[in-house]
Design a protein around this ligand. Structure first.
Ligand code: GTB
Length: 217
């Protein structure tokens, strides 16, 4: 059955892979499932046809036969459950990987988004200069224990899993801030994720999509 996801017609990041369709592309590449991408403009995103797929009028969505999903956590979990490669056969290891998915989305991502918003949307506010260090410290409050847990391991809980895919995806948003480099094992963890062939294919595909140039290599 054809899998179709939606993505920004042109991502505001110009193809840096930060829009959330990249994590869905990555999951599909990890499990070897082909997919199609339907571009959605900012205007179309808020129209009834798209809201029927995504009540909040955002991307990405996921369509497969009569199933429609939104929220990258649910989409990646669905992909990981249906296909081998992202969740262990061991029930406890699966549960721990799902725990890391939730931790990535509910515990690690929120302060990272707050920082992105503070930089992108609030830079002209008179209080921004004072607030920014507070927000950066909230990010550090999450990175420090994450770094301590990872230690010198390659992945969060043994073999690479959907939990790592989500955690790396969330941390990627920090690359340009310099904060990630304060935790060398996390910077190396993100680099390991980016070096996975499935991530490379997903990144190349979204870059080609956003620049209109075919993937190279
Ligand atoms: N919780 C949802 C999920 O995980 O699926 C969040 C979905 C979401 O925020 N989607 C964003 C969106 O559609 C795109 S990813 N925004 C437009 C809207 O809602 O009107 C967020 C994003 C956007 C742009 C960049 N960038 O250019 O760097 C990075 C991330």
């Amino acid at each position: 059955m054809t899998i179709t996801i939606t993505a920004f017609e042109r991502s505001p990041d110009g193809g840096k892979g930060l829009a959330r369709d990249t994590r869905v592309r990555w999951a599909l590449e990890e499990v070897g499932q082909p997919y199609e991408v339907r571009p959605v403009s900012f205007r179309a995103m808020k129209e009834p046809a798209h809201r029927a797929l995504h009540p909040f009028g955002s991307i990405p969505t996921y369509e497969e036969g009569d199933l429609t999903l939104f929220e990258t956590g649910a989409i990646v979990f669905h992909i990981a459950e249906r296909h081998a490669g992202l969740l262990s056969d061991d029930a406890n290891a699966r549960a721990r990987a799902v725990t890391w998915m939730f931790a990535a989305l509910n515990t690690v991502e929120p302060p990272i988004l707050e920082l992105a918003n503070a930089k992108l949307l609030e830079s002209d506010k008179p209080w921004n200069k004072e607030r920014l260090p507070l927000v950066e410290n909230r990010v550090r409050d999450r990175l420090k224990p994450l770094s301590a847990h990872l230690g010198d391991a390659d992945w969060l809980d043994g073999a690479f899993s959907a939990g790592d895919l989500m955690t790396v995806s969330v941390l990627l948003r920090l690359k340009s801030s310099g904060i990630l480099d304060e935790y060398p094992n996390l910077a190396a963890y993100v680099a390991r994720g980016e070096a996975r062939p499935a991530y490379e294919r997903a990144f190349a595909a979204q870059l080609a999509f956003n620049t209109g140039k075919p993937p190279t290599g």
